[in-house]
Design a protein around this ligand. Structure first.
Ligand SMILES: [Zn+2]
Length: 191
């Protein structure tokens, strides 16, 4: 369970910030599709949801990272067909932590930062779903994976023409507080 430090108010994104976030999600999903050559029909295999603060449960909120990735045994939204494994990933964006980074540094803007964060988290999810990386791994493995995911995020975004993106790439390429991971150890029943 997360502890709330006194100085961080958990204020959800407003309408304008949500519009920026939506834009960054579509940019990120398109880049990921191209990079991993995922067709529209194949996307259904990747069960994930990207939610911001207003739609998070208490246990999905943290004050130490931009996101928390929750692994659930099955999606709350869909009934699964018998042949499919049920892993479902919820990318829980921490609006208050993202806003804090933008307010702290005048060179950092919301669109490039959320694009960096969403792309980074989607790479994690795709790699878990493709079994390129285990969700439960040792701290050393996690650190190595974090380095790989930052490198992949850079590779995907380096030619992307978003105002302020070079500043974000420079500032966050080694960021150690991108996300935390959370999930129960039980396997999905049909795994
Ligand atoms: Zn990461």
């Amino acid at each position: 369970m997360s502890k709330k430090p006194e100085n961080i108010e958990r204020i959800p994104f407003n309408k304008e910030e949500i519009a920026v976030l939506r834009q960054s999600i579509s940019i990120s999903e398109e880049l990921i599709s191209d990079f991993y050559k995922i067709s529209t029909s194949e996307w259904k295999r990747y069960r994930y949801d990207i939610q911001s603060l207003k739609d998070l449960l208490e246990e999905e909120i943290v004050d130490i990272a931009f996101a928390q990735v929750h692994r659930y045994a099955q999606s709350p939204h869909q009934r699964l067909r018998g042949s499919e494994t049920g892993d479902f990933f919820k990318i829980c964006l921490q609006d208050h932590m993202i806003r804090k980074a933008v307010q702290r540094d005048p060179h950092i803007e919301l669109l490039p930062l959320t694009t960096y964060i969403v792309t980074h988290e989607l790479i994690h999810v795709i790699r878990f779903a493709k079994f390129l990386q285990r969700f439960y791994s040792t701290p050393n493995e996690q650190e190595a994976e974090e380095g790989r995911v930052h490198a992949l995020t850079y590779q995907l975004l380096k030619n992307c023409k978003i105002k302020g993106l070079p500043e974000v790439l420079l500032a966050f390429k080694d960021c150690r507080t991108m996300e935390t991971f959370y999930g129960t150890r039980e396997k999905a029943s049909n795994e």
